[in-house]
Ligand binder design. Structure first.
Ligand code: HEM
Length: 396
């Protein structure tokens, strides 16, 4: 890359906390494949348009393997995370596909649909505990975070009673301000925890995913532990933030909320539009070019890093007219909130089910749901890989 990078990554958000950084939306107009400087001043390509991001994510000339030279680490801690046993999200095919296929049967639409009664029951129990005899609560702590945590524990065979431990580790791993030492410690603790748990399934199996992977007899404990770590983190952080941020977005768009309440069957469509509009994986999806490749008319050389900035791509007016508008009735097909290509989110049917049930339960059972503090007091998670709110004080 010859010239110096002009913008930093991540860039700050502007006046609207739901919108992508204004600098990136501007880049989408002026220079859609642009250079940014990472935390260590290393240059990286930023892809801001929908078509370009989708093309990169579908292109095997762009690798997800963090061990490749030039792979762009978004923090010093992310580089630390790539040390040791990585999970298949940071591998290329055929290794990636080999491991992923061991799990695809657990996350099919049919298998996920069978979980509906259990997820609804968990949502109802959390809801009852949160609301009985009370008129206000923090929706993050009491509903949005425990629901997906409970579900992923159930699926994996992880004891939910350990939730404070693994939620704390995840937070450290996904926080930009965590030091390398903190990240290394969190990574070690979680690895030891999952390896020990996996070992225990050899003598004391249940019907969770960890036990099933052990029973296949194909993978060493540390490989199963790494898969468990990926699923445990991805399985609760993302959906938890998406739930709370969706509720907040709806409360700030009363017309859209009214539409959703008036059309009870429209929740799945609303979930898709919220996924597109919020695009919570705010730091984007990273790859490194393994061959020279042209993207949007720009030559990207082998060994150069790229970031597919999902939140700007998903608001690209060329793909979604008036993309900045939250419109629950729009055609949201092929949005990139779950990524695209071979690494497209494995857990998306589960995320959709959890979000649908969470929103339906809250909106159906709390017709007067509203914010308990002024909007300006809500603290957004600017420093986290996955965007959201720190807490969401609501009343009813
Ligand atoms: C709203 C919720 C969610 C969002 C927005 C989301 C987003 C994403 C994105 C953008 C990727 C692609 C990463 C890349 O290409 O490098 C991804 C991959 C992944 N997600 Fe999710 N995710 C969500 C929920 C979940 C859940 C509930 C699970 C598990 C139960 C999960 C498991 C995974 C896994 C295992 C991968 C790696 C897939 C692979 O490399 O083949 N995700 N997710």
């Amino acid at each position: 890359m010859a010239t110096a990078a002009t913008t930093s990554h991540p860039a700050p958000r502007g006046a609207c906390p739901f919108a992508p950084p204004p600098a990136y939306q501007q880049a989408q107009q002026d220079e859609p494949v642009t250079r940014v400087a990472l935390w260590d001043d290393s240059p990286c390509w930023l892809i801001t348009r929908y078509q370009d991001a989708r093309a990169v994510l579908a292109d095997p000339r762009f690798s997800a393997d963090a061990a490749r030279p030039g792979f762009p680490f978004l923090t010093a801690a992310a580089r630390q995370l790539s040390v040791g046993k990585t999970s298949f999200i940071r591998m290329d095919d055929p290794e990636h596909g080999h491991l992923r296929r061991m799990l695809t049967g657990d996350f099919t639409i049919r298998k996920t649909a069978a979980l509906r009664p259990a997820v609804q029951q968990a949502a109802d129990e959390l809801f009852d505990r949160m609301t009985t005899g009370r008129t206000a609560a923090d929706l993050v702590a009491e509903f949005a975070l425990p629901l997906p945590s409970l579900v992923i524990c159930l699926l994996l065979g992880v004891p939910y009673q350990d939730h404070e431990f693994f939620q704390r580790c995840s937070r450290t791993l996904l926080h930009r301000a965590s030091t390398v030492a903190e990240v290394a410690a969190a990574q070690d603790s979680l690895t030891t925890y999952l390896d020990t748990l996996t070992e225990s399934k050899r003598t004391d199996p249940d019907d969770g995913i960890l036990s099933r992977l052990v029973a296949r007899g194909e993978l060493p404990t540390e490989e199963i532990g790494a898969m468990g770590r990926l699923l445990l983190i991805a399985g609760h952080e993302t959906t938890a933030n998406m739930t709370a941020l969706s509720v907040l977005a709806l409360l700030r768009h009363p017309d859209q909320l009214a539409h959703l309440r008036a059309h009870p069957g429209s929740t799945p469509a609303a979930v898709e539009e919220l996924l597109r509009w919020l695009s919570i994986v705010q730091t984007g999806v990273v790859r490194v070019a393994v061959e020279d490749a042209e993207v949007g008319g720009v030559l990207i050389r082998a060994g150069e890093g790229v970031i597919c900035q999902i939140n700007t791509a998903n608001r690209d007016d060329e793909r979604y007219p008036d993309g900045d508008a939250l419109d629950l009735t729009r055609d949201t097909r092929r949005h990139l909130a779950f990524g695209f290509g071979v690494h497209q989110c494995l857990g998306q049917p589960l995320a959709r089910l959890e979000l649908e049930i969470a929103l339906d339960t809250l909106l159906r059972r709390l017709p007067d749901l509203h914010l308990a503090v002024p909007f300006e007091e809500i603290r957004f998670r600017h420093e986290m890989t996955v965007y959201g709110v720190e807490s969401l004080p609501v009343a009813w």
